[in-house]
Design a protein around this ligand. Structure first.
Ligand SMILES: Cc1cc2nc3c(=O)[nH]c(=O)nc-3n(C[C@H](O)[C@H](O)[C@H](O)COP(=O)(O)O)c2cc1C
Ligand code: SF4
Ligand code: SF4
Length: 270
């Protein structure tokens, strides 16, 4: 039986995980379970609720997930047997997250009650505008999220894990200074089109790793994880990769993403 309340910590770069985690919480509420979303990147993992169930929701990246998501899980307050579940969204294949995450949360003293991976449209290096195929994927993804939530309530979920290979895959991207991230930064360095930029500062406010400094225009540091947040949320679509025809992707309405991230809606006017 799922113990109440459920607090689902969520990170979403471009809105897919936001939509899926929102559907999980909505379904739990419909099932009579007290549940709420919290922004993972703005929460202190050391202060989780004393009772109830914890959830973690995040995107797959480099076949695993972002280093700051791992850091959050590794620093969760001692679980003392509390239930925990995870939801990830992905475009195709992960491999280095479900089992390794189970080991991390178990080591923190949590009882893993369920895990699900949900396929959604890709937000990575997109060159095509959104279309009907994306809508279909999103609809299916949301259905799967609702079914997972109902199964959580009924105690019908599980969290499987296999040893060895997933841990090796996880290791590839675990360090933000690692080679894999450095290669991505070298290949797709983000920059701002100063002709389009309104200098609102939103991108600096929402970057989960504080990689953007607001000077006359936003300046990017050396720590980008290519999570797409600044690209997706920029009101002027001013952030991109020079010389590449990438288009920003949004899996949730911008306003809802800003609200959850605790960012002032004043930015919405730009
Ligand atoms: C840097 C980066 C790496 C990604 N790596 C993978 C991957 O290894 N496997 C995969 O299936 N999807 C990958 N994706 C796609 C995302 O996991 C997928 O689109 C996800 O739903 C995005 O969630 P979000 O909108 O909440 O950020 C990657 C996306 C980005 C931006
Ligand atoms: S969010 Fe966009 S418009 Fe605002 S400062 Fe950043 S790049 Fe400029
Ligand atoms: S600068 Fe990089 S890490 Fe920061 S929000 Fe933009 S894409 Fe994400």
């Amino acid at each position: 039986m799922l113990r109440e309340p459920v607090v689902l910590y969520l990170f979403s770069g471009s809105g897919n995980t936001h939509a899926v985690a929102g559907r999980v919480v909505k379904t739990l509420l419909e099932e009579g379970i007290a549940a709420q979303l919290r922004p993972l990147e703005r929460s202190d993992p050391g202060y989780t609720i004393p009772a109830g169930t914890v959830g973690l929701a995040f995107p797959v990246a480099l076949f695993s997930t972002y280093p700051f998501v791992w850091e959050f899980a590794e620093n969760l307050a001692p679980g003392r047997g509390k239930g925990i579940f995870m939801v990830d969204t992905l475009a195709g294949f992960s491999g280095g997250v479900v089992g390794p995450m189970k080991r991390v949360v178990s080591a923190r003293g949590y009882h893993p009650v369920g895990a699900v991976e949900i396929r959604m449209p890709s937000n990575y290096a997109r060159t095509e505008q959104e279309g009907p195929k994306d809508d279909r994927l999103r609809r299916r993804g949301l259905k799967k999220a609702a079914a997972f939530a109902r199964n959580l309530v009924a105690g019908r979920t599980s969290w499987r894990s296999i040893p060895l290979l997933p841990e090796l895959i996880k290791r590839l991207g675990r360090s933000p200074q690692g080679r894999a991230w450095a290669a991505l930064r070298g290949k797709y360095p983000l920059s701002v089109d100063v002709e389009k930029c309104a200098r609102c500062g939103l991108c600096a406010e929402v970057c989960p790793v504080s990689n953007i400094t607001m000077e006359a225009f936003p300046r990017f540091g050396e720590g980008c994880l290519f999570c797409q947040r600044c690209v997706s949320l920029c009101p002027r679509e001013a952030i991109g990769v020079k010389g590449r025809p990438f288009v920003p992707y949004r899996g949730s309405p911008r306003r809802e993403m800003l609200e959850l991230a605790g960012v002032s809606l004043d930015y919405y006017q730009y």
